[in-house]
Design a protein around this ligand. Sequence first.
Ligand code: NAP
Length: 320
Amino acid sequence: MHSKVVIIGSGPAGLTAALYAARANLEPLVIRGLQPGGLIATTSEVENYPGFVEGIGGFELADNMEKQAARFGARYMDAIVERVDLSQRPFRIFPDNGEEVTADALIIATGASPRKLGVPGEERLANRGVSYCATCDGFFFRGKRVVVVGGGNSALDEGLFLTRYVSELKIVHRRDALRADPILQERAFSNPKISFVWNSVVEEILGDDKVTGVRVRNLKTGEVSIIETDGVFPYIGHIPNTSLFKGQLELDENGYIVADHRTRTGIPGVFAAGDVVDHIYRQAITAAGEGCKAAMEATWFLSEQEHAAKKSAELAATPA
Ligand code: NAP
């Protein structure tokens, strides 16, 4: 299958790129990936995306973006890309459904994945009390006790969401000050279900076939204690999904794709947008803005290529 523009990833960056490329009549193909809708689709409430006075659910926002782009001709493939070959144009993309795709221009919007705690018990008890998505799994913790790890916006936002269901929520944070926005801090401090375990890290998640507790260490005193809990939600940041591009595109020391302010990577025709390049802002609105830029750049790139090809055909046809 050949497409003028292929977009890998379907978060706000990928879907906004799809909208703009579709409106430029490029019929982009979006390969949706492991998490259709991206991280925003797993976010309970989005209160800071302009245009929604009362906020909007993250899933609904992503779903709207997808439908909006489809209205103008964006196409979607449900697959995970296993390999890419960016050594020549058209670029080759190998999804796990076996259907090789080629593209004249590629927009990478693969986003970032939740960072794991990397402690014993985490992998074994995944989906047995360990969850990275409060929106998806909160309901299963009705009347139960949970621990949230982290002190950023995600930890507080999702922790506050979980208080709709749980009886008690402890936020374990490695420092004694939160990174989250003041408005979320105020809400968390005044929520009677939430308490904080400061200066502490989770060293192990306990339980045989389901979570029963976490072992935490106080970094100031060295004291080790056990918190009994039915669930653990780590919200300790993200790592960019760039392993596909290692050795083909320049990555920075943290694994983010290096792109210029016009979303151009080191390979002409390959653009990158959203959390896969951005380790500073990481907002749905900034990702969407970059997706828009990437699609406009791809459109200009393809026009230039077309123009150059036409010129050389004309030159070749001119009698000497
Ligand atoms: P983040 O802002 O990077 O916060 C990660 C938190 O986890 C920090 O408190 C950090 O501690 C802690 N942490 C990191 N590594 C750790 C480890 N190994 N062990 C224990 N704790 C660890 O990530 P985020 O909260 O996922 O947010 C990502 C981006 O999305 C941010 O830009 C955020 O503003 C945005 N976001 C916005 C909203 C909103 O506006 N409502 C909601 C969600 C997310 P330290 O503080 O000590 O570094």
